[in-house]
Design a protein around this ligand. Structure first.
Ligand SMILES: [Zn+2]
Length: 91
């Protein structure tokens, strides 16, 4: 009984989250944040391959084309590598 009620609540929460995400989908920028490559949200291929970073609290939606996204990932990877090297110095 209790479990049933809880599940119902979760379902509602999921729907709410989904609504919020769909709402933010409307806020999608029309171009890549970094290189300003135009983004066509009707283009399924672009929708699938581009990367969206949502900051829910600030209601900010950032959009990156695959090229810039992979560059950003490289930068993050490089940064993490440097941090790790600093934490575990090789003699
Ligand atoms: Zn780009």
């Amino acid at each position: 009984m209790v479990r049933k009620i809880k599940n119902k609540k979760n379902q509602k929460q999921i729907q709410k989250d989904l609504d919020q995400k769909m709402g933010l989908f409307d806020e999608l920028p029309e171009e890549c944040l970094t290189c300003e490559e135009p983004f066509d949200r009707q283009n399924r291929e672009q929708v699938m391959s581009w990367n969206v970073v949502v900051h829910k609290e600030a209601a900010i939606v950032r959009l990156y084309c695959p090229e810039c996204w992979s560059k950003a990932k490289e930068v993050v990877k490089d940064f993490q590598k440097r941090v790790q090297e600093r934490e575990q110095p090789h003699d």
